[in-house]
Design a protein around this ligand. Structure first.
Ligand SMILES: Nc1nc2c(ncn2[C@@H]2O[C@H](COP(=O)(O)O)[C@@H](O)[C@H]2O)c(=O)[nH]1
Ligand SMILES: [Mg+2]
Length: 519
C-alpha cells in the first residue's frame, strides 16, 4: 500500500469537509453548488493577501467550445506538422467523455481511474473497458508500489488535459485497427508524445488564443460576481494579486472580458488592473513557487507589452543606448504588471510578513495548489467547476447512496458469519449462507455500479472510486484547505469568515459512535 496515502491526515474519509458558512443556523443559505467546503481550518481574518490563478479559475472556460477548439487545433497540428493520417481531420471530440483525476498509461495505451490507495478501479484501453482479469494482469490488486507519475504516466489534473486524453484514446483505437496507416512505426507512448507536442504547440503559437480573443463569449463564461468579489476583498484591506502562466497580451484580453469591459481587444484598456496590487504573467508555475528558481523578473509596459528588466519593481540600469523606461500613460497601471520571476520577488511587492497570510486560489491541483502549499505553506483554495453537478447529484441520490452503504454492511456481516462457520463448524447451513452472500454481493456490486453511472457512464463519481475516495478526492483533501465550484463563491461569505472542517473521525469511532458509515 502506498505509504504516503496511509500517513495522510485526511485519508480514508477520516474527516468530512464542512461547508461554509460555519454557523448554518444564523447565516443566509447558500445553495449547495456554491458552497465553500473546508478541509483545514482557515480564519480569513489572518489572511492579508489573496492571490488568483487566471485560466480555469477567474476565467471559467466553456469546456465544450474551448476544449473542442484545443482538440481541432491539435488535430490540425498532428496532420499538417507531424504527418498523421488525414482521417483524423474528420474526427470529433466528445467533451463529456473524459474527466479530471484520470491517469494515462502511455505505454499500454490505457486510461485509468484509481482510488486513494492508487488501486486501479476502472481501466479503458482506448475506448474498450478492460475486464477484471485484464486489469489484474497489468495492474495487480495488492500492495501496488507504482507511483503512477511521469514519465510513464500522464495525469489529467486540469481541464486543459481533457482534449488530449480523448484524442489519445481515439489514436489508440485507430492504431489497433489500422496500424499500417501511420507513416512511421508508432507505439502508444509515441502517440502520446506527439499529441502532447501538438497540444503544447497550439497553446504556444497563438492560434488558440487568437480565436478566444476574437470571440471570448463563445469560450469563457460570463460571471458578473467576480468583480464584486475582488472589490470586497480590496475593501477589506487585503492585497490582491494574480499569478498566471498566460502572457500579458492574452491575460489582458481575458481579464477585460471577465471584468465586463466592452473593449476586450482594446490594448489601451486596463481598468481591470484596479482590482489587483500585482499581476504576474508568464509565471511558469509550478517553478514560480520555488524560492531557489532564479528566473528573471521583468516589468511589463502595459500599452506596448514591452519587457523592462527589474528586480524589485524598479527598472534596472540599462546598458548602452536603451531608454530606461517607457512612460506609462495610465499611472494606475504602472509598476504593477510583471512577467516571470519567482515568489521571492512577490513578497516585497505585496508587503507580506508570513507565507501563512497568503490564500491562493487555483484550479490545478499540482501546479497551483500542491506546489504553493507544500513548498511555501500558503493557504489554498481549489476551484472545481465539476463540483456543482457532483454535489447536486449526490443530494438527489442520497437514498441510493444509503442503500448501497447498507448493502455493503450486509455483505460484510454475511462474510464474517461465513468465515466463523468455516473455521468452527461446517454444516449444511454453510451452503445457504454462501448463496445468500453471493446474492447480496451481486446486488451490492450492481447497485454501486448503477449509482456511479448516474454521475458518469464511464468513470462514475468524481470523488469516489468504488466505495472509497478517488485519487483526485484524496489529493483535494490533502492539499486544498478549501474547495469550491467557482471562484466567485468567495464573495458569498463574510470577509472574516472562519472556515472550519467537521470533526475528524477514526474508524474505531464509527463502530462505537454508531456513525452511518460503520461496516
Ligand atoms: N505551452 C503550453 N501552455 C499550456 C498548456 N496547457 C495550458 N497552457 C496554458 O497555460 C496557461 C494557464 O494559465 P493559468 O492562469 O492557469 O496559470 C494558459 O495560457 C494556457 O493556454 C500546454 O500544454 N502547453
Ligand atoms: Mg489555471
Amino acid at each position: 500500500m502506498d505509504k504516503s496515502s496511509m500517513d495522510s491526515p485526511g485519508s480514508k474519509s477520516a474527516k468530512r469537509p464542512c461547508i461554509s458558512p460555519s454557523s448554518p443556523d444564523t447565516a443566509p443559505k447558500t445553495s449547495i453548488g456554491n458552497q465553500i467546503f473546508c478541509n483545514r481550518p482557515l480564519y480569513m481574518k489572518s489572511i492579508k493577501a489573496v492571490g488568483f490563478d487566471m485560466d480555469y479559475t477567474l476565467a471559467q472556460y466553456k469546456v465544450d467550445t474551448f476544449e473542442s477548439l484545443v482538440y481541432q487545433q491539435t488535430v490540425q497540428n498532428l496532420v499538417c506538422k507531424y504527418n498523421y493520417p488525414s482521417e483524423l481531420l474528420s474526427w470529433v471530440f466528445d467533451s463529456d467523455y473524459m474527466v479530471r483525476g484520470l491517469v494515462i498509461d502511455k505505454k499500454e495505451g490505457n486510461i485509468l481511474k484509481m482510488d486513494c490507495y492508487k488501486y486501479v478501479k476502472v481501466a479503458y484501453h482506448g475506448f474498450k473497458e478492460l475486464s477484471k482479469e485484464e486489469k489484474l494482469l497489468i495492474y495487480g490488486n495488492t500492495l501496488v508500489s507504482t507511483s503512477y507519475d511521469q514519465p510513464e504516466y500522464a495525469l489529467i489534473d486540469t481541464l486543459f488535459s481533457l482534449a488530449e486524453a480523448y484524442l489519445f484514446a481515439q489514436l489508440v483505437e485507430f492504431k489497433d485497427k489500422y496500424p499500417g496507416k501511420f507513416l512511421k512505426p508508432v507505439d502508444y507512448a509515441c502517440l502520446y508524445k506527439d499529441v502532447r507536442k501538438a497540444v503544447d504547440l497550439c497553446h504556444r503559437d497563438g492560434t488558440l488564443k487568437q480565436k478566444v480573443a476574437e470571440d471570448p463569449k463563445r469560450y469563457i463564461n460570463e460571471d458578473k460576481s467576480i468583480v464584486p468579489m475582488l472589490k470586497g476583498l480590496r475593501e477589506s484591506n487585503r492585497a490582491t494579486f494574480m499569478v498566471t502562466n498566460s502572457l500579458w497580451d492574452y491575460t489582458c484580453v481575458v481579464m477585460n472580458f471577465i471584468c465586463g469591459s466592452s473593449a476586450v481587444n482594446d490594448g489601451t484598456k486596463f481598468d481591470w488592473l484596479q482590482y489587483f496590487d500585482v499581476v504576474i504573467t508568464g509565471s511558469a508555475k509550478p517553478n514560480f513557487f520555488k524560492e531557489d528558481n532564479h528566473a528573471n523578473l521583468f516589468e511589463v509596459e502595459p500599452e506596448s507589452g514591452m519587457l523592462i528588466n527589474t528586480n524589485d519593481g524598479s527598472p534596472l540600469l540599462q546598458v548602452g543606448n536603451i531608454i530606461a523606461r517607457v512612460s506609462t500613460k495610465d499611472k494606475s497601471s504602472a509598476r504593477k504588471v510583471f512577467q516571470g520571476g519567482n515568489v521571492v520577488h512577490l513578497y516585497p511587492l505585496l508587503e507580506i510578513e508570513a507565507s501563512s497570510q497568503v490564500l491562493y486560489v487555483g484550479d490545478h491541483i499540482y501546479g497551483d495548489i500542491l506546489s504553493s502549499k507544500k513548498t511555501l505553506g500558503w493557504r489554498t483554495m481549489l476551484v472545481i467547476p465539476e463540483l456543482d453537478r457532483e454535489v447536486q447529484l449526490l443530494r438527489k441520490l442520497k437514498k441510493n447512496c444509503e442503500n448501497v452503504r447498507s448493502l455493503r454492511s450486509g455483505c460484510i456481516a454475511l462474510e464474517d458469519r461465513l468465515h466463523c462457520l468455516n473455521t468452527n463448524q461446517k454444516s449444511n447451513h454453510d451452503e445457504n449462507l454462501k448463496h445468500e452472500r453471493d446474492k447480496m454481493r451481486l446486488n451490492y456490486q450492481t447497485s454501486l455500479s448503477e449509482l456511479h453511472k448516474q454521475f458518469h457512464p464511464k468513470w462514475g463519481q468524481l470523488m469516489k472510486a468504488g466505495y472509497q475516495n478517488s485519487r483526485f478526492a484524496h489529493q483535494v483533501e490533502r492539499y486544498a484547505c478549501l474547495y469550491t465550484s467557482q471562484v466567485s463563491n468567495l464573495g458569498l461569505s463574510s470577509q472574516n469568515q472562519y472556515y472550519r472542517p467537521n470533526e475528524d473521525s477514526m474508524q474505531h469511532e464509527y463502530a462505537i459512535m454508531d456513525k452511518v458509515d460503520a461496516n
